[in-house]
Write a protein of this length. Structure first.
Length: 179
């Protein structure tokens, strides 16, 4: 029995449907793939790559709109985001370091709105664009987990434990003898 016939037999004569998530995972599943990752890790990595590409595409238009409306420095920030985001995807492909890729993407999502707010003249003149920085903790929740999201919400990019060097605990050099 051929594969197509087997698939039709399993699904009661109807061709199987592929969900949008399955298509995304299939399309972006090889970018930065590692042999040791689980299905859940592959799903998270694939979805974050897809999200990074979508956001990069949209930020090009966002940056160009700022430039067209007379804010060239404001337009440069989203365009820089696009370049950095696409560079991080290339680095992921070459190094297969998802932790670095995730940190880069979440850090960009956190820093871009604040940088843009400063360039546009503050909280009110920038139309509260800094509120978009809350996407970073939400991204951490989706692509890392609840503890990581809480760290990103409270401490920002300094919170990613996977990138911190392992430092052994310090031992006291003072003598314990009483004086």
């Amino acid at each position: 029995m051929r594969l197509v016939e087997a698939g039709l037999a399993i699904h009661g004569g109807c061709p199987p449907t592929i969900s949008a998530v399955e298509r995304v995972v299939g399309l972006f599943g090889t970018v930065g793939a590692s042999h040791s990752e689980t299905d859940e890790e592959r799903l998270r990595r694939s979805l974050l790559v897809a999200l990074a590409l979508l956001i990069s595409f949209l930020t090009v238009f966002w940056g160009l709109l700022y430039i067209v409306f007379g804010e060239p420095l404001g337009g440069a920030i989203p365009l820089t985001f696009t370049v950095l985001s696409l560079t991080s995807i290339v680095v992921l492909t070459l190094t297969r370091r998802y932790d670095v890729f995730r940190f880069t993407q979440l850090g960009l999502m956190l820093v871009l709105p604040f940088a843009l707010m400063i360039v546009l003249g503050g909280f009110i003149p920038s139309s509260v664009v800094a509120a978009w920085a809350f996407v970073a903790p939400l991204g951490a929740l989706a692509f890392a987990g609840p503890r990581e999201a809480l760290r990103w919400l409270t401490f920002g990019p300094t919170s990613d434990r996977s990138l911190r060097p392992t430092i052994p605990p310090c031992r006291s050099t003072r003598s314990r003898s009483s004086s």
